[in-house]
Design a protein around this ligand. Structure first.
Ligand SMILES: [Zn+2]
Length: 43
């Protein structure tokens, strides 16, 4: 998974997910149903 300063949807199947990490910080992920290589994490 790529770690980027800013995450973007790369196709129409990408979607945002917000999760909290262990430190309680909100982390934005992009998941993709079509292409797993589109998975990204902001950070
Ligand atoms: Zn995608």
């Amino acid at each position: 998974m790529k770690v980027k300063a800013s995450v973007k949807k790369r196709c129409e199947y990408c979607y945002f997910v917000q999760r909290r990490n262990k430190a309680g910080k909100r982390v934005v992920y992009v998941y993709c149903k079509r292409n797993a290589r589109h998975k990204q994490r902001q950070g």
